[in-house]
Design a protein around this ligand. Structure first.
Ligand SMILES: Cc1ncc(COP(=O)(O)O)c(C=O)c1O
Length: 402
């Protein structure tokens, strides 16, 4: 971290910097988890699909795929993004979030007709009906994947622990959708996705809600069992019904160690862990190295022990809270001021360490990995303690997708 701080001396701030060595180590560590998968599992071995929403910088996406096996393919978050990445030379897309917007479907169909591999996500007969009407006649049917809800529903289903996305809850629901799709010549279901958000996205060592950490540990442990059971049942049911199952995606950065244990999955997803925003340092089951920070310049000082930086209000999405706010990390001893947090234009800090002089710089770690790319045109690339280049974000390329 200190080396990144030093590398930014004299740079225009705010600046986002990626420590490429740490990034590459995270890429290798995630690949290592897949390699450690129990022997004999999965007919073709498991691959890793990169969640582009958590990177949003084509050059870094390219760098991950260059690592080679087990990395293969991209989990994209919007149809227009998928089309953009296809135009940048990428292939093998799983668009993980359903869309029924005409322009989106047209964009995906163009990618499909260009000969690239692209699959749309569905979770209902409505999706099938609307997509079939929008897609029209095709030489080759458009490929679809069913999103199965992996939430934990204790207390006889009265509690819902997980995300609210898909109504598909059982192997029977999955087979019913496959059966329905058989009547639609322009669509073909090729697989399943079951994302265990309450494991992958729920840190159990968070300094922001310490009292909840033991509860989250319990939720995570119970979910590992229920998720594994449902995914296994779904895979068996699809095969037993004589349907195709060429792709079964699960997991995310925060669950990789347990996701790779399931031999019926063909692939796991990873993204946030590679840049390791601060939320991804709060997991007891998995460790990534912080690999990116943004630097702000101290522009003024209102009182002794206080310094105010220009910029900084890059708050993450999700349930609002202090865990969605960037954390000042270097120099040490700095804290945000509860009344102001990271501000729209200015971010005041209190220092318990050395006084910060006007003109000095402070490194912050963002809460989530992908969203900061919406605030920077480029990321500076740091190697051996020096800025060796820069990489444009989607935003820097003139693109804002969602
Ligand atoms: C469908 C899906 N899979 C996987 C992930 C995990 O992504 P990451 O590894 O970047 O946290 C997410 C994150 O929200 C997701 O929505």
């Amino acid at each position: 971290m200190r080396r990144v701080w030093e590398a930014l001396e004299g740079r225009r701030l705010p600046a986002m910097a990626v420590d490429l060595e740490a990034f590459d180590r995270n890429v290798a560590a995630a690949a290592g988890l897949v390699a450690s998968r129990p022997r004999g599992s999965g007919p073709g071995g498991m691959t890793l699909r990169l969640a582009t929403k958590s990177i949003r910088v084509p050059e870094l996406i390219r760098r991950v795929l260059k690592f080679g096996a087990p990395y293969r393919g991209l989990m994209t978050y919007s149809a227009e993004e998928t089309a953009f990445l296809a135009s940048e030379g990428f292939d093998d897309f799983l668009l993980a979030y359903p869309t029924v917007q005409k322009s989106d479907v047209e964009a995906v169909v163009l990618v499909h007709q260009s000969g690239k591999t692209v699959r749309l996500m569905i979770d209902s007969v409505d999706h099938l009906r609307i997509l079939s009407a929008l897609v029209g006649m095709l030489d080759q049917p458009l490929e679809l994947v069913i999103d199965i809800d992996m939430s934990l529903r204790p207390a006889l289903g009265l509690m819902h622990l997980g995300v609210r996305r898909s109504p598909v809850r059982s192997a029977r629901d999955v087979v019913a959708l496959y059966d329905e799709c058989k009547h639609l010549p322009n669509l073909r279901i090729v697989g399943l996705m079951g994302y265990e958000a309450q494991i992958a996205g729920l840190g159990d060592r968070s300094p922001f809600h310490k009292a909840m950490n033991p509860v989250f540990q319990g939720v995570r442990a119970a979910s590992v069992r229920s998720v594994s059971k449902l995914r296994h049942e779904a895979a068996e049911a699809v095969r037993a019904a004589g349907h195709t199952l060429t792709l079964f995606n699960g997991g995310g950065s925060g669950s990789l160690n347990t996701t790779v244990e399931e031999s019926w999955l063909t692939e796991a997803t990873v993204g946030s862990g590679l840049l390791c925003s601060h939320l991804f340092s709060y997991y007891s089951n998995i460790r990534y190295e912080p690999a990116f920070w943004f630097a702000l310049q101290v522009a003024r000082s209102s009182d002794a022990g206080y310094a105010t930086c220009l910029g900084g209000g890059y708050i993450a999405s999700g349930a609002p809270g202090w865990d969605k706010v960037p954390v000042p990390e270097y120099p040490p001893g700095l804290s945000l001021i509860p009344d102001e947090g990271c501000g729209e234009v200015q971010t005041p800090l209190q220092s318990k360490g050395d006084e910060l002089s006007v003109g000095s710089r402070v490194l912050f770690r963002p809460s989530k990995a992908g969203e900061p790319a919406e605030r920077f045109n480029e990321y500076l690339l740091v190697e051996n303690g020096e800025v060796t280049g820069s990489a444009k974000t989607y935003r820097g390329m003139g693109k804002a997708f969602l």
